[in-house]
Design a protein around this ligand. Structure first.
Ligand code: ADP
Ligand code: MG
Length: 257
């Protein structure tokens, strides 16, 4: 469970998040949408304990500020928007980075760490890539490796910052279906950000529209993906088509006059 109360973040003297309240029930999937610069990545980084904030963030009922690094790593794993790719590092070593919080300083990974990494590689169909350098993988394979590193951490909360932005439509579905499967099998709580609004609405139980550092709307996809909200906050011309799978967002070009 993730809970934010009046979260404010200031970066370089500019307030980026202006008091965000948010609740993600255990085992559910919430996706944050919103225009570029709205503060989506900043919000995820605050929840992941990666930057200072005012207000409160609680994970599974415990205030983030009270968690030690190792306890926090057991609760929350993050896939950042643009993960650092260490040159030449093998996929296995990269996935083992997810185990770092559990390896003592100056220690080596244990059999337990290696088993966790191997299980995740297997699950993501990356077994055959274990010895390959991460920087030689295709965009889709690399995205799976980023996810694998986070999953190897075996945290109960997964923070995904635009996990599919580099992927074609088939690989997008593959990654999102897998996350949803893990959520259902292991009760993971998922908080993601996403730009594709139709896909965002298909996978999340609730959407949060973040605009200029504030929550502009929150609720089931049908309540958030409306033509008027999208026009107001994205300055976009869109048609929203209701379908059995959820609202489909169609961008409309301007008519030449
Ligand atoms: P989003 O992920 O919604 O596109 P971000 O959370 O990345 O937005 O950024 C929100 C705002 O914060 C943007 O205006 C961005 O320029 C600003 N910002 C991000 N990082 C910093 C920083 N280190 N210093 C100052 N401003 C920042
Ligand atoms: Mg971002």
């Amino acid at each position: 469970m993730i809970r934010l109360d009046a979260v404010r973040v200031t970066l370089d003297g500019t307030e980026i998040l202006h008091g965000v309240d948010l609740m993600v029930e255990a085992g559910s999937w919430v996706t944050i949408i919103g225009p570029n610069g709205a503060g989506k990545s900043t919000l995820l980084r605050a929840v992941g304990g990666l930057l200072p904030f005012d207000g409160s963030v609680t994970l599974e009922g415990t205030p983030l500020a009270r968690l030690r690094r190792r306890e926090r790593a057991r609760l929350v794993a993050t896939v950042p928007q643009t993960p650092v790719v260490p040159p030449g590092m093998s996929v296995l070593d990269y996935v083992l980075l997810g185990r770092t919080p559990f390896i003592p300083a100056l220690g080596r990974e244990s059999a337990r760490d290696l088993a966790a990494a191997a299980a995740v590689l297997d699950r993501l169909d990356l077994g055959g890539f274990a010895g390959r350098a991460l920087d030689t993988l295709s965009g889709g394979e690399r995205q799976r490796a980023f996810l694998a590193r986070a999953l190897a951490q075996e945290a109960t909360i997964l923070l995904l910052d635009e996990p599919t932005s580099a992927l074609d439509i088939g690989h997008q579905q593959e990654v999102l279906d897998l996350v949803d499967e893990l959520r259902r099998d292991h009760g993971l709580t998922v908080l993601a950000t996403m730009h594709d609004l139709s896909i965002a609405g298909e996978y999340a139980e609730r959407l949060v529209l973040l605009s200029a550092g504030r929550v502009a709307a929150a609720g089931p996809p049908r309540e958030v993906l409306t033509e008027s909200l999208l026009a107001d906050h994205y300055h976009a011309r869109v048609r929203v088509i209701d379908s059995p799978d959820g609202p489909l967002i169609v961008p409309l070009r301007a008519r030449p006059s």
